[in-house]
Design a protein around this ligand. Structure first.
Ligand code: SF4
Length: 252
């Protein structure tokens, strides 16, 4: 696996658990609002972290950890992800995967072999407008298939969208939730204009919180649980996927 970073302890990335977070290098998409250039744009990559050292660093801390999260970049863009997840699982920690859902074949093998305890999948846009929002061509059938796999997996999961004014409208946010009507959990995350890939988004304000809260009744009629995650949550609340405040540190 090409690994770019390790955050040794996070209260924000696995619901209800103290977790280490591993950041994979490389992503097949280029979402303009992405804050993770160092794991997405090859020219921004640091030296890769040796996989054995990452696993050893987590193993040394496993008495203080409950879980490990594999994030990115896009982990499923690497074909040896299932093997890597199996090794992490052997440490006896709960395992969570963050994914953009564009590699359903990898997702299928991960779910079939029961390699994770939780999956968070991004839904970037209504299927008709996906490519414009993610900056790369995407096969809508792959997204549909990943949604289907997750919803029928029996594994805890959530779908989530980073809502970006100018890239999403309220109508489009409603169209996204229609794609997963009846799902367990849908999360709208607040856009953070911290070093986005597209510099034109720098400083762009997030949707007014009132606008997103006004969507709550609509969303709650369609999914079993609807959450709004704000940048404040990331600093204050130890639940769910947040924008991380500290930068990941090297192995050691
Ligand atoms: S937001 Fe996720 S899917 Fe989009 S470019 Fe960043 S890492 Fe890749």
């Amino acid at each position: 696996m090409r690994l770019g970073g390790l955050q040794k302890c996070s209260l924000d990335d696995f619901p209800g658990k103290v977790a280490a977070v591993i950041y994979c290098q490389g992503c097949n998409l280029r979402c303009p609002y992405c804050n993770d250039q160092e794991y997405v744009v090859p020219q921004c990559f640091g030296p890769p972290l040796p996989e054995a050292e990452v696993i050893e660093a987590i193993n040394r801390r496993k008495d203080r950890l409950e879980a490990v999260v594999v994030s990115g970049g896009e982990p499923t863009a690497q074909t040896d992800l299932p093997r890597f997840l199996r090794e992490l699982r052997s440490l006896g920690l709960a395992v969570k995967l963050d994914t953009n859902g564009t590699h359903p074949e990898i997702l299928h093998s991960i779910l079939r072999d029961e390699l994770v305890d939780f999956i968070a999948m991004d839904l970037k846009a209504p299927l008709q407008g996906y490519a414009q929002v993610v900056g790369r061509p995407v096969n809508a059938e792959d997204i549909r298939r990943s949604v289907w796999l997750l919803r029928n997996s029996g594994v805890d999961h959530e779908f989530r969208t980073t809502a970006v004014p100018g890239m999403h409208t309220v109508r489009e946010l409603k169209m996204i939730v229609e794609m997963i009507n009846g799902a367990d959990c849908y999360v709208i995350q607040e856009f953070v204009s911290r070093s986005p890939l597209q510099t034109g988004l720098n400083g762009r304000p997030a949707f007014p919180r009132r606008t997103i809260e006004d969507l709550r009744p609509y969303m709650e009629r369609r999914v079993k649980r609807f959450e709004v995650r704000t940048h404040d949550d990331a600093v204050q609340m130890p639940v769910g996927k947040r924008r991380r405040a500290p930068q990941p540190v090297a192995v050691g």
